[in-house]
Design a protein around this ligand. Sequence first.
Ligand SMILES: [Fe+2]
Length: 495
Amino acid sequence: MAQTSDFFAPQAFEADVIDCQVEGTIPDGLNGAFVRVGGDWAYPPKHADDSPFNQDGYISRFRFRNGRVDYTGRWIETERYRNNRAAGRQLYGYYRNPYDCEPEVANIDEPWRNTLANTNVEVNAGRLFALKEDAPPTEIDPVTLKSKGLFTFGGDYGSQTFTAHPKVDPATGELITFGYEATGLASDDLVLTIIDRDGAITRETRLKVPYVSMIHDFAITEGHVIFPVFGYVTDLERLKAGKIHWTWDREAPTWFGILPRDGEANDLRWFKGPNRAIVHTFNAYTRGDTVVLDAPIFDNNPFPFFPSADGSEWDALKSRALIRRMIFDLNSKDDGYREEILFPDLPVIDLGRVDDRFMGRETRYAYTSFNDPAQPIDRDRLGTGARRVINSYGVFDMHDRTMRSFYAGPTHALQEVTFVPRAADADEGDGWLIGTASNYAEMRTELIVADARRPDEGAIGRVVLPFRANVQIHGRWYSDAQLDFGPDAGMESQK
Ligand SMILES: [Fe+2]
């Protein structure tokens, strides 16, 4: 649970800041919006040991235009948010367990109605979606950031759930997505759906998983999709007992399901390996009969709030992600695969990204955050609220196995990094790293802009909010060409 003194404590207000304070400069070409989604407790959780993933959704936007930046933050008004507001208290129990909710809002047969939409954003056909893996998208008005309700593609969408990490194929503009627990709580159905750039569903493939597991993210290549099935497990019995949705089974093998993008259910092939946690991926590609997946991967349970099935204590030391490459031979006679650790001495945060213009193709660079203990830290000014200090972004060269880093400062903790290309036709890796940092000394949020090719030269610009913004889970950058965010607030105020 969040301490009242730290950056994760509830903030619980909406905000508009016109013409934010900028230190340094914002690059000329950086026009568009950085949209972030995370959570906040509108009302305290019922259980002190609940997952922070059970916070109400909150969406915020840094709008960039000609060197000026406006900020907007709004609650995501799901059915659940509105029910709690009407009651003036928390009606919902443990993470993703309707059996633990107050009966009038439980929605046991329609669990997607309990979604918080608090994990990520994506755009398709001019629509902005807030996403969480337990429900269809929540549509958000990109101009006002007001919530418009669940979106099911005209009723055509065929799963109860929709991942928070769909992929956009850069060549076709297709949105490739899936839902697990697709036909009900703890169901072993997975539905893969392909949505064209105009918002029409063009393909749906219904699959079965080896066991019911968190499939938070996946990967695409030009020819395949890859689903990781790993240690977080659940079943109806557990949910009916009122427990938190996931438990970590250290005996559970890891499975990777690989399916040709145009394949049918019987084309799905499963590869099996030792217990791991693959919460997020970087990217993947197909070369001949080989599929390669790059991802930050844990050897153990990364989340202390999802308890171990065997009752063992959470082990922080074993819960560090290392950047790995999984190599699958589609011609092999057995179900094994090869695992390489690319940067063995460098534990990273697993919120990793690549240049999205090359999604599904071999990418040279991967971006994520990490703690660099060699950099200065100002413990006195950090205060006691700082639980962890992730002070650096890493630009990981997957060819040369080298890394260049950006250091945020002695009182700063970084959230997820995002790559923004310098221009639509720029080379891979030519652009900016952006993301928010928590400045613990000032207890305020700063958005950082650094050059992705020269990260070690420090920030080009910082957008300084006069308060600490809600902590994000994921954020994405959209250029003005990708989504119309309407007139910026500064322009509106001049009318
Ligand atoms: Fe995620």
